[in-house]
Write a protein that binds this ligand. Structure first.
Ligand code: R5P
Length: 312
């Protein structure tokens, strides 16, 4: 097995490599003067099972092109099998036509990755599970639930005081999975999006009075969903509100918004490198690592073992 890191999240790639006790393969991802991307794999990969690690996070277009060009280089270097390891699958939110004459980028990007030459995909918390079907190659979609659960149990000794919250109806399955693992109750925020980037809370479904609420979601981008939901939960007399979100996109003034919000804490994973995102810093924001989970999945894929048993 060989591990190759493109440039979006070298810290995570190194942590995965450390977990697997396997050095990262030598490879360069460079820019020409006109910003075109050039990739050179600097060691033999002929006949190898190669895992190329790249989140297609900000700047999404550059990182996507790096991934595609990296896969092309590996294919032309006769790698036996190429797995695109994409901890954060950018463009995933456009997974259906939202109106007439609009694209489905989650499918377009899947086509591009397959056409470039990937044999498999390993990803984490896709915006919608059915995006797996957009790839006509085997795709493993990991859940961050065990990583989030471990941290929540560590921080909250009394889980019976907790209320797990889905900040929108679309995230209920994800939030319920975590609530079940914790043995905690579940409440739902009925959110409306009058236009892209704007969210409004309509109702809270469930009694949150006196409960320590933990919101669970796949993505925090502008932070609008979380901050509005936190205010609405506190209005309903919740004792406190924090959030565990897998992908900290955090763009468009999100860090400032979170800092000024009524949220006690926002926990994100390192699927997106906190140092490369557009909005940095934030004392209320803490990152936990998915390196062990991703590393374990890579090991199991390489050894042709079950990946789903990681979540049993
Ligand atoms: C939407 O369906 C997603 O699950 C997130 O709730 C959304 O992307 C969060 O966006 P924002 O932080 O900009 O409200």
């Amino acid at each position: 097995m060989k591990l190759l890191s493109a440039s979006s999240n070298r810290t995570l790639a190194q942590a995965i490599a450390d977990h697997l006790d396997t050095p990262l393969a030598q490879g360069e991802f460079k820019r020409f003067k006109d910003n075109e991307i050039f990739v050179e794999i600097q060691e033999n990969v002929r006949g190898e099972d190669v895992f190329v690690i790249q989140s297609t996070s900000y700047p999404a277009n550059d990182h996507l092109m790096e991934l595609l060009i990296g896969i092309d280089a590996l294919r032309r270097a006769s790698a036996r099998r190429i797995t695109a390891v994409i901890p954060y699958y950018g463009y995933g939110r456009q997974d259906r036509k939202v109106g007439g004459r609009t694209p489905i980028t989650a499918k377009l990007v899947a086509n591009m990755i397959v056409t470039a030459g990937a044999d498999r995909v390993l990803t984490l918390e896709l915006h919608a599970g059915q995006i797996q079907g957009f790839f006509d190659i085997p795709t493993d979609n990991l859940f961050s639930t065990p990583v989030l659960e471990r941290d929540i149990r560590h921080k909250h000794k009394n889980v019976s005081d907790l209320m797990i919250i889905s900040p929108d109806v679309g995230g209920v399955v994800r939030a319920r999975a975590l609530a079940n693992r914790l043995g905690a109750d579940l409440a739902i925020v009925d959110k409306r999006r009058p236009k892209a980037g704007v969210s409004e809370v309509m109702n809270i479904i469930g009694d949150v009075e006196g409960r320590h609420c933990i919101m669970i979601d796949d993505i925090v981008d502008s932070g609008g969903t979380l901050c509005n939901a936190a205010d609405a939960l506190l209005e309903e007399k919740a004792a406190s509100v924090s959030a565990y979100i897998t992908h900290g996109v955090l763009s468009n003034g999100a860090v400032k918004r979170i800092q000024a919000s009524s949220l006690t804490e926002l926990v994100v994973t390192d699927s997106i490198d906190p140092d490369t995102r557009k909005d940095k810093g934030g004392t209320k924001i803490r990152a936990i690592s998915i390196a062990q989970l991703m590393g374990e999945a890579i090991k199991r894929i390489a050894n042709e073992e079950s990946v789903s048993s990681l979540f049993e």
